[in-house]
Design a protein around this ligand. Structure first.
Ligand code: KG4
Ligand code: ZN
Length: 369
């Protein structure tokens, strides 16, 4: 069985082909083409929805063609089309959904709409050697999803069964990284730059005591629930930086301070994420903890979270996607689509074919369920 998935919810245009072998119950990723628009949006300091849509429109057909070519197949052979239905930027989502609906109608094959966060979670079922299985992780699974738009703790007792047990009350973790980078004039997207500077700060702090004192607040760390808040932390960075700017420091010192700020900020984010996740590990006794979303590419977060979990519960399996599956990509949508398709009855599979190309609508506020 061949699945073609598309993802256009934000600033990546992506198409992937996944092959599922029912006999072995395993799947193989045949292609995953991702075209990033980062260069275009960085000039604006963030994603501009209409610009993103224009680029998706330009790219979507060549990307689909490339994905089938790389998979050594063609569109006639695809058995199921999957598309990110939401949440995301509506002009961007519309390009992908319309392309997928057209393919489903033209080739008379079923179409499934997938929740973007469901996709991020299912990226964990892929392996870099491209083989995967939906049996890869044991339930119950506690998910920490950290992206540019979401920060959530989601408990799964089984496939496609989601219970949101905590989420951010304001900014998402990735959004906070992006905003801190903007405050410090480091460019867009912030996550990779801030984490690089944070790494460089280690040496500076080791060599100079002056820098070792900086610590930012850990918002809501003792709130008693599993919700998050990152907007106050970003404001703390803003005030601290403004204070520095008033001191007319020389260029080298300012650059060093920026790195130290990045580390102190990242430490605070990681501390809150790890402590909140740990609290739920103790309370819910999951067999597996999965990290996912764009911020899951943060090496320090991966390391710290695993260390904390293993220290508390050595029997819990911890996993995160390979780095190339952390950010937005269509492979994760294909895996989630496979999980959904496998659960449908024969009748529903046919229904999906008859109606979804007509009824499916992009939804920027789609809820996970
Ligand atoms: O999942 P994603 O690609 O898109 C959304 O669904 O939002 O996540 C993008 C976010 C951005 O905010 C970006 O700054 C952040 O992930 N990010 C990182 C790192 N790499 C990307 N944040 C922290 N550390 C990183 N290494
Ligand atoms: Zn995402």
């Amino acid at each position: 069985m061949l699945i073609l998935a598309l993802e256009t919810s934000c600033d990546e245009t992506s198409a992937a082909v996944l092959e599922f072998q029912p006999i072995s119950d395993k799947f193989q990723l045949l292609s995953n083409v991702v075209s990033s628009q980062v260069k275009i949006h960085s000039a604006w300091g963030g994603v501009v929805p209409n610009l993103a849509a224009r680029e998706h429109l330009k790219n979507i057909l060549p990307i689909i063609e490339k994905s089938t070519e790389e998979a050594k197949t063609n569109l006639e052979k695809i058995d199921l089309f999957c598309i990110t239905q939401g949440p995301g930027l509506i002009p961007a989502l519309l390009i992908g959904t319309n392309a997928a609906k057209t393919l489903s109608y033209y080739y008379q094959k079923p179409l499934l709409g997938i929740h973007h966060i469901e996709g991020h979670i299912y990226a964990n079922f892929l392996k870099n050697n491209k083989n995967g299985s939906l049996n890869r992780h044991a339930f119950p699974i506690l998910n920490l999803v950290v992206s540019g738009g979401h920060t959530q703790l989601i408990l799964m007792k089984n496939h496609l069964d989601y219970q949101i047990i905590g989420q951010t009350q304001d900014d998402a973790a990735g959004e906070a990284f992006d905003k801190v980078a903007k405050i410090l004039n480091l460019g867009y997207p912030g996550g990779p730059i801030v984490s690089k500077k944070a790494e460089e700060a280690k040496k500076i702090i080791a060599n100079n005591k002056e820098f070792s004192q900086l610590e930012f607040p850990r918002p809501m760390i003792k709130s008693g629930n599993s919700d998050f808040s990152f907007s106050g932390l970003k404001t703390a960075v803003l005030y601290f930086f403004k204070e520095l700017e008033n001191q007319n420091l020389d260029e080298e010192k300012m650059e060093n301070w920026k790195k130290v700020i990045c580390k102190a900020f990242q430490d605070a984010v990681i501390d809150v994420l790890a402590q909140k996740t740990l609290k739920e590990v103790k309370k819910r006794n999951p067999k597996t903890v999965l990290l996912s979303g764009g911020v899951a590419a943060n090496k320090e977060l991966r390391k710290q979270l695993e260390k904390e979990i293993k220290k508390e519960r050595s029997e819990v399996n911890f996993s995160c996607p390979e780095l190339n599956f952390c950010g937005d990509n269509a492979a994760m949508i294909a895996v989630a689509g496979l999980a959904r398709f496998k659960k449908l009855s024969k009748e529903k599979k046919l229904n999906q074919l008859k109606t979804n190309w007509r009824d499916l609508e992009a939804n920027s506020n789609l809820q996970i369920n």
